[in-house]
Design a protein around this ligand. Structure first.
Ligand code: 3H9
Length: 717
């Protein structure tokens, strides 16, 4: 709803009231209509200020209402009503003015913002466009290029940047509502006719065609197959080329298409899933709301390779004092330089001073005695990590949390090397660690709820979305990756090429297909793991394509034996112009190698189509996701989906693998898995798991109901 009062004698003050972000629910919209009526009919009122309760202007339309039919006054005529008011209306923007919130402010005649307020039109991230006039008013106010940038990226700008763009009229560091009231008093006698943004001509641009062509190319490259960014460009084009009323009509048409698309539903699901994972629970019954995190003022990072450097930067940027440790003096010096320059670049981007004094360096473990938390980021080798944990356990003061940045090693084994296994958790960062938003927090069988809460909170402080997951080989993300990669290899054996598999996956929306990605991260990484697992050699008397009774593809191993490690060696699944080159080209050598391999193993290449590539790679991955839910490694499908979108470049407009399974239809996923498993009985990952069968038997409930079919956590508290 909205509250109304008269202040300073002649200013009508409307306060949006819908905690926590004053979203424009039906009640708030009705409140605005009613309070505007009051202000306009009160003869003592000469001007109006609209602000938000509790230091937040407005977080936009109420996303929760999108799934039910519209009730209450629609937003477009409401904003039109504010704009056409005969008395000047001033928006007092504190905290956030996002989406419909900023569109409401654009309907006001003046905008006063706090310098630290965040303004933006992030609808594109929800699979939508700014559909309450934002796509038409913003270009008229700040010009087409700047509007295209804000609307297609959804990025937020600060009050200070908004002033430079011409989005607001004034910025303040003081109380924004007081300043807006003063401003409203000063313009009370000025008729607002010339301040209605919808009447502004769109600023001319010398080459509109080139501008829109470039924008369209950029959005298509960034978000493969996503509808919203394309519609955003089309809507802004309408603003630049059509009169306002026709532009609004185009905005309405485009919005209607997006609104009913599965993509918008997927992206809105992803929005809420990112928030839901913060409400974590453990199988013991421990929960986010009953567990207090420990304080982390000072942390140590051990091992300053790429990951350790990124983690150190993320901690410093989060305000934590850091001791960064590396035994090799040369590497320590290199790391120091790299970390300083990352901190300087980050600070420059954020317009603050680099916190270089927050980080110290050491070539030995001694400083561990004086820290609240340690993140070990040494080479992914169990023996080495165990040694580090033994040393830490002897050195650290009581209560120090010990975390391992491992991408899949057993947390329980590491914990068993310490005197306090309850203080040990996994913190699986994704490269580059100071940029990527995902953090898998892995609890072992003896991790205390407080250790989990501390790692979750620290992740949040670093600006990450932290997801708590159980301990198993590969945790959630890498465990699901295994059957996905396996299928891709098997498909090569059966007749296709890396280029075709990648093309299909990239058309689906992945930033990179599986082979391009493998070349980027290095084929030797998986090779080392398979070697450690004793998988490289077939048992005596068995085919080279069988391990432990199941089908195995040695293709990756054979490439590594030839020194083809991917981009770094200039050869992998593709060829590159030089070692370290980035442009992947199909490699005739590889095609010949595949043919030879098939002949050698009596395989006859067959034609594999688009559908089979997609189904075998993705359904195998989803099936593992169902197993992970069944095993209680992830608490719900949202956890898996957030991990895949934020850590594994799953396209956000497809929600995540579990959401996508629901979109395809669980019955269909089950049937296709059954079909492929019948064709390939020696591939266990294609055997549909019980949870999937159970969900289908129970009528394929929507994804938000799946938790009802999972084992309930046992409270031991
Ligand atoms: C739109 O405006 C369409 C129009 O163009 C056209 C219409 C015709 N609605 O993120 P937080 C909830 S589309 C409903 O943890 P923070 C959120 O779920 C909208 N709920 O806090 C959470 O609930 P819970 C365009 C919302 O401080 C709680 O508020 N606007 C909405 O880290 C706290 O959220 C956007 O896309 C909403 N609009 O960040 C902005 N917003 O506690 C979306 C938040 O139950 N919002 N909630 O989990 C955000 O980006 C962030 O929430 C914000 C605050 C920056 C505002």
């Amino acid at each position: 709803m909205a509250q109304y009062s008269r202040v300073s004698g002649t200013v009508g003050l409307i306060t949006l009231l819908n905690p926590p972000v004053n979203a424009l629910s039906a009640a708030v919209r009705q409140g605005i209509v009613d309070t505007m009526d009051k202000a306009l009919s009160d003869r003592k009122v000469k001007s109006v200020v609209i602000c938000g309760h509790n230091g937040k202007f407005c977080g936009g339309a109420d996303i929760r209402e999108f799934s039910s039919p519209l009730t209450g006054p629609p937003l477009i005529p409401l904003i039109q009503g504010v704009e056409s008011a005969a008395k000047p209306v001033v928006a007092a923007i504190e905290g956030v003015a996002l989406g419909g919130g900023l569109e409401l402010a654009l309907g006001c005649h003046y905008r006063i913002a706090h310098s630290k307020a965040r303004l933006g039109l992030p609808e594109v991230h929800l699979g939508l466009l700014p559909g309450a006039g934002g796509s038409q008013r913003l270009p008229r106010l700040i010009g087409v290029p700047a509007a295209l940038d804000l609307i297609t990226t959804g990025r937020h700008v600060t009050g200070a940047e908004a002033l430079q763009l011409g989005l607001v009229d004034k910025v303040t560091d003081r109380n924004t509502v007081d300043e807006a009231v003063k401003f409203a008093l000063s313009v009370a006698d000025q008729p607002p006719n010339s301040r209605r943004v919808s009447t502004f001509p769109c600023p001319r641009h010398p080459d509109l065609d080139a501008l829109f062509e470039g924008a369209m190319q950029r959005v298509r490259q960034r978000a493969r197959g996503a509808l919203a960014p394309v519609a955003c460009v089309q809507a802004v084009r309408a603003a630049a080329t059509l009169p306002y009323a026709q532009g609004m009509e185009r905005e309405r048409e485009l919005m209607a298409t997006l609104f009913t698309s599965g993509q918008a539903r997927a992206q809105q699901y992803h929005f809420f899933a990112q928030r839901a994972v913060g409400r974590w629970s453990m199988p013991s019954g421990a929960r986010w709301d009953t567990t207090k995190p420990g304080a982390v003022h000072k942390a140590m990072v051990i091992g300053l390779g790429t990951m350790g450097r990124g983690i150190s930067v993320a901690l410093v940027q989060a305000g934590v004092s850091v001791v960064a440790m590396e035994t090799n003096e040369k590497q320590l010096m290199e790391a120091k330089q790299a970390i300083s320059s990352m901190l300087e670049r980050g600070a420059k981007r954020r317009g603050v001073a680099p916190a270089l004094d927050k980080i110290g360096y050491s070539s030995n473990m001694e400083p561990a005695a004086d820290v609240d938390l340690v993140i070990e980021a040494v080479f992914e080798d169990m023996a080495l990590k165990k040694k580090v944990f033994q040393q830490l356990s002897a050195l650290c003061k009581p209560g120090t949390f010990l975390c391992s940045n491992t991408s899949g090693l057993d947390i329980d084994q590491l914990a068993s090397e310490t005197r306090h296994p309850e203080l040990v958790v996994g913190m699986h960062f994704f490269a580059p660690a100071h940029v990527m938003k995902l953090l898998e927090v892995v609890y072992g069988s003896r991790s205390s709820p407080q250790a989990v809460a501390t790692a979750m909170e620290l992740g949040k402080q670093m600006g990450k979305v932290s997801v708590a997951v159980g301990n198993c080989r590969g945790f959630v993300g890498n465990r699901m990756l295994k059957p996905y990669l396996e299928q891709a290899f098997f498909l090569l054996e059966e007749g296709t090429t890396p280029e075709f598999v990648d093309q299909v996956l990239e058309e689906f929306g992945f930033a990179m297909g599986v082979f391009r990605m493998s070349d980027l991260s290095g084929l030797d990484v998986g090779w080392r793991v398979r070697k450690a697992d004793g998988l490289l050699n077939a048992s005596e008397g068995h085919s080279a394509r069988i391990r432990q009774g199941c089908r195995y593809s040695p293709l990756g191993d054979l490439l590594c034996e030839q020194g083809r490690f991917g981009q770094k060696t200039g050869r992998g699944w593709y060829q590159y112009d030089k070692p370290g080159g980035r442009v992947a080209k199909p490699d005739p050598w590889l095609h010949g190698f595949l043919e030879k391999f098939r002949t050698q193993h009596g395989l006859v290449a067959r034609r594999i189509d688009h559908q089979e590539v997609l189904e075998r790679c993705l359904y195998a991955l989803m099936n593992e996701g169902f197993r992970i839910l069944e095993d209680g490694i992830a608490a719900g499908p949202e956890d898996i989906d957030v991990i895949y979108v934020l850590g594994y470049s799953w396209p956000p407009h497809r929600g995540g693998p579990m959401f996508y399974a629901g979109m395809v239809g669980l019955q269909k996923v089950l049937e296709r898995l059954e079909h492929y498993h019948q064709e390939h009985p020696d591939i266990p990952s294609l055997k549909p798991c019980n949870l999937l069968r159970n969900l289908v038997v129970n009528g394929s409930p929507p994804v938000h109901k799946w938790r009802e079919f999972l084992k309930k956590p046992q409270s031991q508290l």
